[in-house]
Design a protein around this ligand. Structure first.
Ligand code: AMP
Ligand code: GLY
Length: 651
């Protein structure tokens, strides 16, 4: 059991002290209150201590405190209205052990900021105590007051923040009325923080060949996400929402990842998702508790396998399991073997063989596909023999990825995607989406990484059973092939006359699909990850909400072609857009320099709006989108995301 000491003096009202006592007595805080230390026998709280039969110590001199605390062998020290200075030696002896509550919103770093729930700037109140701090909220006409629980450091009113609470300021509020309401929140917060700190999360070693030693973790988890785009940003958010997560790292990450969370996000812009050696070093140095491999190239180079070798806990498919994405020829043969509905296809290893085949079938329309990963560019539609021949000749451009290629029957129908979380044995479908791959309105122009999507597209309603059967066959098939699939499996399908065919499987979340599905997940995402690595997903029902979300990609004019003229140009209006109700922005090809956001990639950000239905979500999304631009009018985005469902609801 963790040993706690509470330090009080004759200041304050003692409500925090009482909250801690109640928390311990109710078992919410799993600790023994081994000492109540006061600097004077006049301290108001001593009466409470006696009433609850708690051991009391009077320590009038600040220099004596260290010895007393050392002897008590305490795990955590809670300041609750303590007014003496804590001398340096005490801070040095108990790093990350002394908790304090400050009536202000302490940022995660000295130069950082905190946002209020309405996204306005929160006030730190550095150097301001009690009533003066509350007065400061009123003087500054802040929309919210707030407090932070933090570990004590040598820096005044600063240190690792363990939690924050907010209280909306009302018209006519006085220091007294506001503080009274804030205190209720503070008391709760202090107890919650202590409950978290003292709870030892004992996670049993998982069965998949016993490779996942979570061990006994007493502290908050550090998560590393492998991705740099909007998908990675949505994952950062989702993990950050778990009360068990402390900080989040992202390789390479992007400069907008910090914007939606109060928790610390560290990015590594100089690395790639395939920088295996450096990623392992980060895991070791930062004591990463869990890695989420979310990007295709990382899966294909076997990052998961390398992390497993180092006994690092990781969510994501191994290279063998991920072959379902990185080798389209293997994937088609696999699907055929396990009776997953494929379009007709042929695999070729030479230009000549493919062209000969095409000539024998001159009236067919094909999709010509490089078997390997080609940054989303390896798929070429070919509507006649000339186009087919030209597309086959293009395959050479993709190097190794195009050495083997496929001709696939061009299917006509409505596309969708479905996502399942898998633990190698069990799976749960967590969401559906409809991407818009073409760059221009009306599904015209070249294919892109995805220009926007909607969650829960209506086309799904009649095909859920088929989708579920396909996932089952696929995951069981992979199991039979000894390729236990762990992580998120992406099913890209097309509905032809009511029947689902597979366009592709991907070994990861989609991007921008992750941005509309992850926010709908209501279950603690770390719990989900934990169940995945333990092969215990059957023990957890993943909950999702019923809102409709729409995501719109903000792209640089020229994308997916050459957009170099737009690179480094300033993005305007993000701050305003992000403040709109129901809007979240996930960064992608974006960087921050001198407090300005600059273009750093083709798809710059993904703006997500939520609503009760598609119409509300779309209205909100485009209202916010219109607030954003790139200097010189260089922003491109599609104006018709969700058009299929909108036509359906209007008809
Ligand atoms: P992929 O890179 O496999 O996601 O393919 C890109 C896009 O090409 C898909 O989203 C579909 O729109 C289209 N596509 C690929 N294969 C086929 C197919 N056999 N029939 C129809 N459309 C396809
Ligand atoms: N949005 C398509 C993909 O992630 O592959």
């Amino acid at each position: 059991m963790c040993r706690l000491a509470v330090l009080i003096s004759n200041k304050g009202t003692g409500t925090n002290f009482q909250a801690i006592i109640d928390g311990v007595e109710s078992g919410k805080i799993q600790a023994d209150l081994v000492a109540v230390i006061a600097d004077t026998s006049e301290a108001l709280g001593l009466e409470r201590a006696r009433k609850h039969k708690l051991p009391v110590k009077i320590v009038p001199e600040k220099e004596e405190l260290l010895e007393v605390l050392k002897k008590l062998n305490v795990g955590y020290i809670c300041l609750a209205g303590w007014k003496q200075i804590i001398v340096s030696e005490v801070i040095d002896t108990f790093p990350d052990k002394i908790l304090n509550l400050h009536p202000g919103l302490i940022p995660d770093s000295l130069e950082g900021i905190v946002r209020n729930p309405d996204k306005s700037l929160g006030l730190w109140n550095k150097g301001k105590l009690a009533d003066l701090a509350i007065q400061n909220f009123l003087d500054n006409k802040s929309s919210y007051a707030g407090s932070s629980v933090h570990f004590l450091t040598h820096e005044f009113d600063f240190g690792p923040v363990l939690g924050r609470c907010f209280e909306k300021i009302r018209k006519g509020d006085t220091v007294e009325s506001l503080y009274k309401r804030l205190k209720v929140k503070e008391n709760k917060l202090y107890v919650e923080v202590l409950a978290k700190l003292t709870r030892s999360v004992i996670l049993s070693a998982p069965p998949r060949s016993g490779k996942y030693p979570w061990g006994e973790a007493k502290d908050l988890k550090t998560i590393l996400i492998i991705d740099g785009g909007g998908r990675g940003a949505a994952l950062v958010d989702k993990y950050a929402q778990s009360p068990k997560v402390g900080k989040i790292l992202a390789v390479p990450g992007n400069d907008l990842m910090q914007i939606n969370t109060q928790k610390q996000v560290i990015t590594y812009p100089h690395l790639k998702t395939t920088s295996v050696k450096e990623i392992i070093e980060i895991c070791q140095k930062e004591k990463v508790d869990l890695v989420d491999v979310a990007q295709d190239n990382a899966v294909a180079v076997g990052l998961v396998d390398e992390l497993l070798k180092k006994k690092i806990t990781v969510v994501g498919p191994t290279k063998k399991a991920g072959q379902i994405e990185w080798d389209k020829a293997w994937a088609r043969k696999f699907m055929q073997k396990y009776q997953v509905p494929n379009p007709k296809y042929q695999i070729f290893k030479s230009e000549k063989a493919g062209i000969e085949f095409a000539k024998k079938n001159p009236n067919n329309k094909w999709f010509v596909k490089a078997a390997g990963l080609a940054e989303g560019k390896g798929v070429i539609p070919a509507a006649n023999l000339d186009e087919t021949t030209a597309a086959i000749k293009e395959m050479e451009r993709f190097g190794l990825a195009g050495k083997t290629y496929l001709l696939e029957e061009w299917l006509m129908g409505e596309e969708f995607s479905a996502f399942a979380v898998c633990d190698g044995d069990n799976f749960q479908i967590v969401g559906y989406a409809q991407d818009h791959k073409r760059v221009n309105d009306g599904d015209k122009g070249p294919n892109t990484g995805g220009m926007g999507c909607v969650s829960n597209p209506m086309v799904i309603s009649k095909i859920k059973d088929q989708i579920s059967k396909i996932f089952k066959k696929t995951i069981n098939g992979l199991k039979k092939e000894n390729r236990f699939y762990e992580g998120v499996l992406y099913l890209g399908g097309i509905v032809v006359d009511g029947k689902v065919f597979i366009i592709e499987f991907n070994a990861r979340w989609g991007d921008p699909e992750a941005e509309v599905i992850l926010p709908s997940i209501q279950t603690d995402y770390l719990d989900i990850a934990e169940k995945v690595v333990q092969t215990k997903l059957d023990k957890l029902k993943i909950k999702v909400d019923t809102k409709i979300r729409i995501s719109i990609a903000g792209a640089a004019k020229g994308y997916p072609g050459d957009y170099s003229k737009v690179r480094d140009k300033q993005i305007l209006g993000l701050d305003k857009a992000i403040k709109q109700e129901g809007i979240t922005i996930y960064g992608a090809g974006i960087k921050k320099s001198n407090n300005k956001y600059l273009v750093n990639g083709g798809r710059i950000f993904h703006l997500v709006a939520e609503g009760k239905d598609i119409l509300e979500a779309r209205e909100k999304a485009y209202q916010a989108m219109r607030l954003i631009n790139i200097k010189g009018d260089n922003l491109h985005y599609r104006k018709d995301i969700g058009w299929r469902d909108i036509e359906r609801v209007k008809s």
